[in-house]
Design a protein around this ligand. Structure first.
Ligand code: NAG
Ligand code: NAG
Ligand code: NAG
Ligand code: NAG
Ligand code: NAG
Ligand code: NAG
Ligand code: NAG
Ligand code: NAG
Ligand code: NAG
Ligand code: NAG
Ligand code: NAG
Ligand code: NAG
Length: 803
């Protein structure tokens, strides 16, 4: 040990004896022994000079622990190896050249393990009147002291150095490590939070907010104040530093830090941290109750008054009890220990299958929690708040505040408590919903109608938006006479089915029975079903999209540029544009008719009794979509980035062939160009993360790979990736998929009861996870995706950089 460190130890030892008188301790010579003995406490401890403190065996039930206690009050302030087994009566503690040893038949226990680390000769030990037990060498250097190893108590004059912590005890009689801690962080902040939680502000229930001031510790001053310090305490820093026992600060079993004046030989409370607006409500401590339970504090007026009368308390301390109660739908994890929290009485698997919704939303008044939400919405109504949570598979509970804020919470809820002026919504399992016949979800709040409408609007809006934009403007290149000429030249029927032909408006009126058979409606257009005669006299079904007559110049221009090459895309898995019509303000596009509609309506049916496509059909569709995208990326003379891949834009025909539609937002890359800056966006939750960044960030074909990954997950699970309002970077399905992959519970992903090939399922999920990588560079190319799906290449385990 360097002389510098020794010097510091010396400074710190003996309650800063340099400033004062000789060490106020009774010397204990090497070779001394004490014995655990219920009937002879004198022989079981070494006492300080004025007998304020004792070091030795203290009884715990019929056994013993080794520690230090404040003799007048029998308050334990330090315990050696607090989490190891208790010692039987007659155990011995030796102070020898190796430090403090407890001989035992199954191996000696060492309390102060000194000889192994220091080649020094121990000379003496002493129990100090300030509550520090020190061991010194022949030169009176402090070699070891209990002040360096705080448990739950800090004595006046003792420093809690950065990187150290105090941990509460289990109970007043059990001094093993309990549930709360106060940590002096290396950044100078000292904070209190439950043990086994991350050191983040979300879990702090008290913080000194002293980050960045260079503090290296906190010191409990003789005046009973707890202040941060820089460096090491010394005489000039504060002349009152020297202490006999005057104060102690303790993080207690209920999580509060309390400071007591002990100069009158009893514990007089002088300060409590934290103190909230209600005085001291024990439920304001995060972790007062376990996960999924809520805390109910009842102050005991009798006990409070009695304590006050005895001058045992002063500031804002209420005697009383905490009761922990499970949220509805939960049972205690350990019925004998309600502080451990609660667990669901139904399995997570039931949350996963959207066609077997076995949960409902229940409303509870006057419950709140202090967990950080993952998302919140302003200006919502109470009813909407419940709906938001119901629709979001990530949401486990929502909290509605009177000022119209709705915050959403994932599972588990850690810090629940009673409160006024909030309404909580919780997802709970409902036994009856598990019956196969009862398919529509039941909710306490009336959310179903709204939900359906939302879906419909979402689906239609997206479907129509892109399709409108789609191909039309490809032909719009010359609105002038030359365009008309082009139309005339092409008026030669469906020439080999390749080139789009032009139609007159009258022809389309006839083909669609006067635009009566409406297939869908969108923001910019309406789609009708129609029929046209082929050269051989047969009738061919078509889809006619009629654009709104008031299209903005901007939209027209964008499409004219972007869609130029798209009309030339001919592939089995890309929806074909058959023709168009442009007469004055009238714009119409004619597509091949896809009898089964969009993939979205197949895998997210609004009618829950509708059969889902089989696993085989879904894997075929996945391959079709992948091939279609690959064609767009690599099959044309220019690279086409679709940029709006999603189930609504995939159409399925009679023969179950899936085709990519709606190239309206597509981007064309010139040869050798690999990225574009064009910013027209698709639907946010299918968008690659790089696209949500600044406009200066170029996008590459990898954005389609990302969207395909999301689509693939939706296809595997028949669930929407996300059902609520936008939250930052919300990738729920991929998180779930990754978790299931890691835990080999992939069968949870597919619709309940579906029999799928496990190997194929794993392959699909791994491919999807390779596609939704956050970094474009980590994503596979579409070519690789097709190869992986086709089983032509082995698939490496995807990295977890999905989130
Ligand atoms: C004493 O300390 C040394 C070195 O840190 C360690 O290897 C040894 O296990 C310790 N002995 C006991 C009894 O704790
Ligand atoms: C150590 O302290 C004792 C008692 O305070 C004193 O008698 C002794 O001289 C000191 N030894 C040294 C080397 O300072
Ligand atoms: C003290 O609490 C710990 C942790 O809860 C437990 O393992 C131990 O058995 C308890 N000891 C006694 C004497 O109750
Ligand atoms: C630290 O900051 C939090 C949040 O601003 C505040 O609630 C708390 O009272 C502050 N703590 C202290 C000791 O000032
Ligand atoms: C601590 O308590 C004693 C006795 O009650 C009192 O004399 C003293 O002033 C108190 N100290 C402080 C700093 O309040
Ligand atoms: C005591 O602390 C002050 C202020 O931190 C410092 O300037 C001084 O050098 C220290 N003295 C000793 C002896 O360490
Ligand atoms: C020393 O401690 C006292 C009591 O807390 C305090 O009032 C005083 O400001 C401190 N002095 C310095 C220099 O920190
Ligand atoms: C909270 O505790 C009080 C007193 O024990 C009790 O009357 C009340 O019903 C409890 N509240 C809840 C919501 O459990
Ligand atoms: C209140 O505290 C007193 C004294 O500790 C106790 O006897 C009484 O049972 C408590 N009352 C309740 C309702 O807990
Ligand atoms: C779970 O608990 C809720 C409320 O206590 C109850 O209605 C439901 O039937 C329980 N579900 C199961 C599966 O036990
Ligand atoms: C909420 O409503 C208020 C008043 O109507 C409005 O000023 C505010 O912008 C709204 N906030 C949001 C996020 O819409
Ligand atoms: C719904 O889920 C439950 C629990 O997993 C299961 O017992 C039940 O058979 C499922 N019902 C249907 C229709 O799949």
């Amino acid at each position: 040990m360097s002389s510098h460190v020794l010097a510091i130890r010396l400074l710190l030892s003996l309650c800063f004896p340099l400033l004062v008188k000789p060490a106020p301790g009774a010397n204990i010579a090497v070779g001394s022994v004490i014995t655990a003995d219920q009937s002879n406490r004198e022989a079981a401890a070494w006492f300080s000079r004025s007998r304020l403190f004792a070091f030795g065996f203290y009884p715990v039930e019929s056994n013993f622990a080794v520690g230090i206690w404040f003799v007048p009050d029998n308050t334990v302030i330090w315990t050696a190896d607090r989490d190891s087994d208790l010692l039987p009566e007659r155990s011995k503690l030796n102070f020898n050249e190796d430090g403090l040893q407890i001989p035992s038949s199954n191996g000696d226990r060492s309390i102060a393990n000194i000889s192994a680390t220091n080649s020094v000769k121990l000379a003496s030990a002493s129990m100090q009147d300030c509550g520090n037990f020190v061991i010194q060498d022949v030169n009176n250097n402090t070699i070891w002291q209990t002040f360096d190893y705080p448990t739950d108590t800090l004595m006046a004059g003792q420093v809690l150095f950065a990187g150290n912590k105090m941990v509460s005890s289990v109970s007043a009689t059990n001094h093993s490590s309990g549930r709360f801690q106060m940590v002096m962080q290396e950044d100078g902040n000292y904070v209190a939070y439950p043990v086994n939680t991350p050191a983040t502000s979300a879990h702090f229930y008290w913080s000194s907010n002293t980050t960045g001031n260079g503090y290296t510790g906190i010191l409990l001053y003789e005046s009973g104040e707890l202040f941060p310090i820089t460096g090491y305490p010394n005489a000039t820093q504060n002349s009152t530093l020297l202490s006999s026992a005057t104060f102690l600060a303790r993080i207690e079993t209920d999580g509060f830090l309390r400071i007591y004046n002990i100069s009158s030989n009893f514990m007089k409370l002088t300060k409590t941290l934290p103190v909230d607006d209600f005085g001291v409500n024990k439920c304001s401590i995060k972790g007062a109750c376990g996960p999924n339970s809520y805390c109910n504090f009842t102050a005991n007026a009798t006990a409070t008054a009695a304590a006050a009368a005895a001058d045992r308390i002063s500031t804002g301390f209420f005697q009383g009890e905490v009761a922990c109660l499970c949220f509805p739908g939960f049972d205690f994890t350990d019925s004998r220990n309600p502080y451990m929290g609660c667990q669901r009485n139904f399995s997570m698997g039931q949350f996963i299958n959207e066609n077997n919704i076995s949960y409902s939303i229940t409303k509870i008044a006057n419950i709140s929690w202090s967990d950080d939400p993952y998302a919140y919405t302003e200006n919502s109504t109470e009813k909407e708040c419940g709906e938001f949570c119901f629709e979001d598979s990530n949401c486990y509970a929502a909290l509605f505040f009177a000022h119209q804020r709705c915050s959403k919470q994932r599972h588990p809820l850690l810090y629940g408590r009673l409160s006024e002026s909030t309404v909580a919504f919780l997802k709970v399992g409902s036994g009856e919903m598990q019956l196969p016949t009862q398919s529509p979800p039941r909710e306490v709040v009336d959310v179903v109608p709204k939900r359906k409408t939302l879906f419909l609007i979402m689906a239609l809006a997206s479907a129509l938006f892109f399709s409108v934009a789609l191909t039309i403007f490809f032909f719009y290149k010359n609105r002038s006479p030359s365009y008309q000429k082009l139309c005339r030249n092409m008026e030669t029927g469906l020439a080999g089915g390749l080139a789009p032909r032009s139609f007159t408006h009258q022809q389309l009126v006839e083909a669609t029975d006067g635009f009566t058979k409406r297939l869908g409606i969108g923001g910019f257009s309406t789609v009708f079903k129609g029929e046209i005669p082929l050269n051989n006299g047969e009738m061919m079904p078509i889809a006619v999209k009629r654009l709104d007559e008031k299209l903005s110049k901007e939209t027209e221009k964008g499409f004219r540029i972007e869609m130029r090459a798209v009309g030339r895309a001919h592939h089995r898995n890309v929806v074909r544009l058959l023709g168009f019509c442009h007469e004055g303000p009238k714009w119409l596009l004619i597509y091949e008719y896809m009898s089964r509609g969009s993939l979205a309506t197949l895998i997210f049916p609004s009618d829950k009794t509708q059969a889902l496509p089989s696993w085989k059909q879904r894997t075929n569709i996945a391959m079709d979509v992948a091939r279609g995208i690959l064609y767009l990326h690599e099959g044309c003379e220019t690279t086409i980035i679709h940029s709006d891949i999603k189930p609504d834009n995939v159409l399925v025909g009679d023969d179950d062939t899936a085709k990519i539609g709606d190239l309206g937002l597509a981007k064309l890359l010139r040869p050798r160009q690999s990225k574009t800056f064009t910013r027209q966006r698709g639907t946010w939750w299918y968008q690659a993360p790089e696209w949500r960044k600044e406009a200066s960030e170029p996008v590459s074909p990898k954005v389609d790979v990302y969207s395909f990954g999301v689509l693939l997950l939706e296809l595997i699970t028949c669930r929407r990736r996300f059902l609520g309002e936008p939250v930052n970077d919300c990738i729920i399905l991929s998180e779930l998929a990754y978790k299931c992959l890691m835990e080999s519970t992939l069968e949870l992903l597919v619709p309940e009861g579906e029999d799928v090939d496990k190997v194929e399922l794993k392959k699909m999920v791994m491919v999807a996870l390779w596609c939704v990588q956050k970094e474009p560079g980590h994503r596979k190319s579409m070519k690789e995706v097709v190869r992986m799906l086709g089983g032509k290449t082995s698939i490496a385990f995807p990295p977890d950089s999905v989130f």
